[in-house]
Design a protein. Structure first.
Lengths: 432, 159
């Protein structure tokens, strides 16, 4: 018989202990979720930072933990607004809470081997765009995890797998629950809040640290007024009070530092490139299966272990060989973080002069971790409860928004790197 | 601006590379904000925040450099410029709230198309009302009828 009140705990280096129910435990124990133990959170970043061996498994538990805490904090701080003004009932809130926790727990179940590095090899949808891992997460939830989600004795609220997938995907069936999307996918979502702390811890840097507890303390459901003369009612949004401005600012800065120092590190980017081509060779030039009921089972058989086995067997072509021998491409030139037109002209000239010595060029604008402008909302502490964007409170955030990162890196094969760097140095010297 | 970009890509078919998802405030893509901020940083537009009551918005205007860019764009890409003009004509006069509603209606319509489904007007109205309970069903239906008249919705079976 299920003990409704029994909770379980698992140790976490970031959060101490993460608690979960019998029901959540069943989902966690499902092979589809356990597969995340075999997907590295940061792909090949351990080639640069040896401690970066953590997996999507513990990260997903962390995201569930933070999402639950964010939800509880919002309900505590904004109870009147949710219940009295907008008619949320306790039952509805309880149901939403569980759906949010499942969505957070399962948001990464669709990741391919070595996380984002494989996404260029996903097939295209009917609009000609590559699927993203979120589509595979949705398929995994709707198909392989359906029974574990729906048929548990603790599912008094008749939660469907579709409810969880709809929230994750942001499709219109999500209904009024759409308000919780910001906890799953926004500038201040549970995913970001966990991975910044976790990646920072495992890598051994302090860049990703920020006062996340202060954010929990200051998070609110916000009701904004429409513009003057506009006759449309108030939509609900999620933001922080003025007291949370510096914690939110610190999180935006953490994201910036982690991107420039870790996620777009020159060597990590080289390894992503090698892995993509090695994986393409392993797949024989085919794409991964589609995120459908028919394809998801075969897709979920892919994980880091399987790919490493293929690489160990000598597969993966030239790039597989480079991965085995740690013989990665070397950076020979990069632009500044915010290149001017002059810097971009120089890049073009250098690239042209290097010719075939350029093995690849990688841009931060196409990175899966690309920085986007911050739009976190802040509500003032005074009786007026004015709402403004974080960038209106913070010059630092405003300047980051106005000057997006646009680094371009040029790489050569190791055997050509010395010659390429010599050409680049001479060109730069001649310009001076 | 967010909703105009949404219609430019999803209704007019200009591939801007955005991936719009649904939030309380309608279809949203944070990269649109990034691109607007970057354009402001490069001196192509000005972006000034304006406060009103408990809300805020932005007044966005082209600079001289932006006007030059716009003129060049119209010369070099006349078809695309024509699509931009169409979107502004069809949607430019609506308030932020009306655009929020219309873009959400359109989003639901597109989902139906993508899943090869059809909807009655009432079905779409009910679904949009669930997402946006702050709009009445009557208001939503009126919007749907207007969008059907303008041939902006394709999944309606009782058009």
């Amino acid at each position: 018989m299920e003990n409704r009140h029994r909770t379980h705990e698992i140790r976490c280096p970031v959060h101490g202990f993460i608690g979960f129910s019998d029901w959540e435990r069943e989902v966690i124990n499902h092979p589809t979720f356990q597969r995340l133990r075999r997907i590295r959170q940061l792909a090949w970043t351990d080639q640069v930072y040896p401690g970066a061996t953590h997996t999507r498994f513990e990260h997903s538990l962390g995201v569930m933990h933070i999402a639950g805490q964010l939800f509880d904090a919002l309900v505590r701080s904004s109870s009147d607004l949710l219940k009295s003004t907008h008619g949320f009932t306790d039952d509805e809130i309880g149901r939403d809470r569980q759906i949010v926790r499942f969505a957070a727990l399962l948001h990464d179940t669709g990741h391919g081997p070595f996380s984002h590095a494989a996404e260029d090899l996903f097939p295209k949808d009917n609009k000609g765009k590559h699927y993203k891992h979120e589509a595979y997460s949705g398929a995994a939830i709707r198909h392989t995890l359906k029974d574990a989600i729906e048929n548990h004795p603790l599912n008094d609220a008749a939660i469907k797998a579709d409810d969880v997938a709809d929230l994750l995907e942001g499709n219109s069936r999500v209904g009024r629950r759409v308000i919780w999307r910001d906890l799953i996918d926004s500038q201040m979502d549970a995913d970001r809040m966990d991975y910044l702390l976790r990646d920072s811890l495992h890598i051994g840097v302090d860049y990703g640290r920020y006062d996340w507890r202060r954010l929990l303390n200051t998070v609110r459901v916000i009701e904004m007024d429409p513009a003057p003369g506009v006759d449309s009612p108030n939509a609900l949004r999620i933001g922080v009070t003025e007291g949370g401005v510096h914690a939110a600012e610190a999180m935006v800065l953490a994201r910036y530092y982690m991107f420039t120092q870790v996620y777009f590190h020159k060597t990590r980017v080289a390894y992503d490139h090698h892995f993509k081509h090695a994986m393409n060779a392993i797949l024989g030039g085919e794409a991964f299966p589609h995120p459908t009921a028919e394809g998801i089972g075969e897709y979920l058989r892919w994980n880091d272990w399987r790919v490493l086995g293929d690489l160990a067997d000598g597969n993966g072509g030239e790039h597989g060989d480079r991965l085995r021998r740690r013989d990665h491409y070397r950076e020979v030139f990069h632009t500044p973080e915010n290149p001017t037109d002059g810097h971009l002209d120089l890049l073009r000239v250098i690239r042209k002069n290097l010719g075939l010595l350029v093995a690849t060029a990688e841009s931060s604008e196409t990175s899966a971790y690309k920085l986007v402008a911050s739009d976190i909302l802040v509500v003032t502490d005074d009786s007026l409860r004015r709402v403004r964007a974080l960038s209106q409170h913070s010059t630092v955030v405003r300047n980051l928004n106005l000057n997006p990162i646009k680094i371009v890196r040029l790489y050569s094969a190791p055997e050509n790197a010395v010659a390429a760097r010599a050409i680049v140095s001479k060109m730069i010297e001649d310009i001076k | 601006m967010m909703k105009l970009f949404y219609f430019l890509q999803e209704l007019k078919g200009i591939q801007l590379g955005y991936d719009f998802r649904l939030y309380t405030y309608g279809p949203f893509e944070s990269e649109v904000l990034s691109d607007l901020s970057a354009a402001c940083g490069r001196g192509v537009i000005t972006e000034d925040a304006v406060q009103y009551g408990r809300g805020f918005g932005y007044v966005i205007a082209p600079t001289k450099r932006g006007e030059e860019f716009s003129n060049n764009f119209q010369t070099e890409y006349p078809d695309m410029a024509g699509m931009v003009d169409e979107v502004v004509r069809e949607f430019g006069s609506f308030s932020a709230g009306e655009l929020e509603l219309r873009s959400t209606i359109f989003y639901v319509d597109r989902e139906a198309i993508d899943s090869a489904s059809t909807f009655l007007k009432q079905d779409i109205a009910d679904r949009v009302h669930q997402i946006k309970p702050h709009f009445t069903v009557a208001t939503i239906l009126e919007c749907i009828r207007d969008m059907v008249t303008n041939r902006q919705l394709q999944s309606i079976s009782d058009a």
